[in-house]
Design a protein. Structure first.
Length: 192
């Protein structure tokens, strides 16, 4: 019988002790969610920078592994905080004031078990509309929504990651959900 896999803090400690496999395991766990968070935060207009910021994030995780304190929050919250800082640094360097929204071709590829061609097309169109609605959110609401929905972070963790506090994170998530609900309101009746 196998023992439980090591938790994130154990893997970081092993990495600090020189275990390259520990960092690889941690990377494998969070590579995709981290990249998707960065990609969604940047939006289509800045998608080309996502790979570089993703790499910068993991380099920072490796270099600053000793700074992680599991008593202050989860590893994903710490990771998303680092990724958020990298994205905002990028925005400042690029002097981005307003983020534009466009379609994201990759997000339109929604896997459905044995869909009919019409169902497949409708599903892709719905995903594209939802993605466009998410990208149309103000940046603060978008990052809160993505951290919550995709990253699985709690409102407390989001508040700490953004420096906004619990109540502000809660409000941003509420406004984001309301905006998305309104943007997708016609979809429920049309696709039910």
């Amino acid at each position: 019988m196998e023992s439980d896999p090591p938790d994130d803090a154990e893997l970081l400690r092993a990495h600090r002790s020189g275990d390259a496999h520990a960092f690889a395991r941690l990377y494998d766990r969070y590579d995709r969610p981290c990249f998707q968070f960065i990609r969604r935060l940047l939006g289509q207009a800045h998608a080309i920078a996502a790979e570089d910021l993703h790499q910068e994030t993991w380099i920072a995780v490796s270099r600053n592994a000793g700074d992680f304190d599991c008593g202050r929050g989860s590893f994903p919250a710490w990771l998303f905080t680092i990724a958020r800082h990298k994205a905002w640094d990028y925005f400042r360097r690029q002097k981005v004031a307003v983020l534009t929204t466009t379609r994201d071709e990759a997000a339109m590829l929604v896997a459905d078990p044995d869909p009919t061609p019409l169902e497949h097309l409708e599903s892709r169109e719905l995903a594209a509309r939802l993605l466009s609605a998410v990208e149309a959110l103000p940046v603060a609401q978008r990052e809160t929504f993505v951290m919550f929905a995709q990253g699985g972070l709690s409102l407390e963790e989001i508040g700490r990651a953004t420096g906004a506090g619990f109540e502000t994170a809660k409000s941003r998530l509420r406004y984001a959900r309301a905006t998305l609900r309104q943007a997708m309101a016609g979809e429920r009746t049309a696709n039910v």
